[in-house]
Ligand binder design. Structure first.
Ligand SMILES: [Zn+2]
Length: 411
């Protein structure tokens, strides 16, 4: 085949193939390319300015997309340039996004594969080391993030994710309008969230944040009040119901320990059932719960309390919401359900932020969806030691999926 045909097949804009080599037994193809005659504009990789002075010529080998069954390598002729502000630098070539030995479209292919499969599987598919795949994926995501317009930030979600005993907590800040995670911080202290406001937002941007969906967690409230004076704090349904779930679980455990013998066996392993909403349970599962409830009234009461608390967010008027909450708390009397009494006190202490839901329209379910995406990622792939990688991965996942999740919940 002629070099000009290879040039067309390869399709690198501005470059032509001047030599090719086919290794048939090894199924390898190697192409040597250099600039086309008209392509003489050199760009400094340091500052992006146009350069005229060439210092040296050298070659780099990168892996490109395969050609049919042939693994393809491209040897590219490059210039080292003399930049007035950066000194000696490599020229910038769009097909070579990094120092790694891969072409941009090869990295894009690996990055796209990583969207639907674990790094280990992608590594096998492309014949690469797993760590190499992660590196490529990270660069792919960085390029994607850099190419996007930063949407305005008016409403934020602040959530915590429990990572485990050793790493403990991760604070997640998300944009409620776009449903994307914006920032991760270690721990869940006031200083953690302070760092977000100080490093990620300008004073003007901080002033423009009007609402925050957060957990009833003092350090977060204090940080928001200090840095975003125009921001209304809304204790949203997702977080409040998390506390309600915890209360149900505490009742379950107390019953488990209090009762002996047969009852203990019955309560055991029912955690998931008790924490699942009734509407999401199948017939047999409901039956299972009903059997449990007929044996234990306290669990039934706890479950009903949790289920009915959700109705609080049906109301759009403060008065109605408050009346419903009062009625809900009245039901606790004489029940001796300690965890729920604790929850009721917590709700009363944070009443203003709960009622704020009526005063400020915030989208429900976004924080929950972001949280779910991150947890799914953590479950699927071990080793997100690199928080930046986890963040970009979650952001990408949200950009393609949150919309769907939120719509699904609404339906
Ligand atoms: Zn430069």
């Amino acid at each position: 085949m002629r070099d000009s045909d290879w040039t067309r097949i390869l399709g690198w804009p501005g470059y032509r193939v001047w030599r090719s080599e086919i290794d048939e037994p090894a199924k390898r193809l190697k192409l040597w390319v250099r600039r086309k005659r008209g392509n003489r504009a050199l760009i400094c990789s340091g500052c992006g300015r146009r350069i005229h002075e060439i210092a040296a010529v050298y070659e780099r080998e990168v892996r490109d997309l395969p050609c049919f069954e042939y693994r393809t390598t491209v040897v590219i002729e490059l210039y080292r340039v003399k930049c007035l502000s950066c000194g000696l630098k490599a020229e910038k070539v769009p097909q070579l996004p990094s120092k790694a030995p891969f072409s941009k479209r090869f990295e894009d292919a690996v990055g796209q594969a990583c969207e639907n499969a674990a790094a280990r599987r992608v590594a096998r598919q492309f014949g690469l080391a797993e760590s190499t795949v992660r590196g490529i994926d990270l660069r792919y995501l960085e390029r994607w993030a850099a190419s996007r317009r930063q949407p305005a930030l008016r409403q934020i979600g602040v959530d915590e994710i429990h990572l485990g005993k050793k790493q403990r907590f991760l604070t997640v800040v998300s944009n409620l309008d776009t449903g994307e995670p914006l920032w991760f911080g270690r721990e869940r202290k006031k200083e953690t969230l302070d760092e977000f406001f100080q490093t990620e937002l300008s004073p003007g941007q901080r002033m423009r944040v009007t609402a925050a969906c957060v957990d009833m967690w003092e350090p977060y409230r204090l940080s928001i009040e200090q840095h975003a004076p125009n921001c209304r704090i809304v204790y949203d349904k997702f977080h409040v119901l998390q506390h309600a779930n915890r209360a149900v679980d505490e009742v379950r455990r107390a019953e488990f320990f209090r009762k002996g013998g047969r009852m203990r066996g019955l309560v055991k392993g029912k955690r998931w059932l008790l924490l699942t909403r009734w509407v999401n349970l199948s017939g047999p599962k409901r039956q299972e719960l009903n059997t449990l409830f007929s044996m234990n009234r306290r669990l039934l009461k706890a479950y009903l309390l949790k289920e009915s608390l959700e109705r609080l967010w049906f109301y759009r008027y403060e008065g109605a919401m408050l009346r419903y909450l009062q009625k809900w708390i009245d039901q606790l009397r004489w029940q001796r359900l300690r965890p729920f009494e604790k929850l009721a006190r917590m709700l009363l202490d944070h009443l203003d932020g709960i009622l704020n839901y009526c005063r400020t329209k915030v989208p429900l379910g976004v924080v929950e969806a972001v949280n779910g995406n991150i947890k799914a990622l953590l479950r699927r792939g071990r080793g997100y030691k690199n928080l930046r990688y986890l963040l970009l991965k979650a952001r990408r996942l949200s950009a393609t999926r949150t919309q769907f999740l939120v719509l699904q919940k609404a339906a």
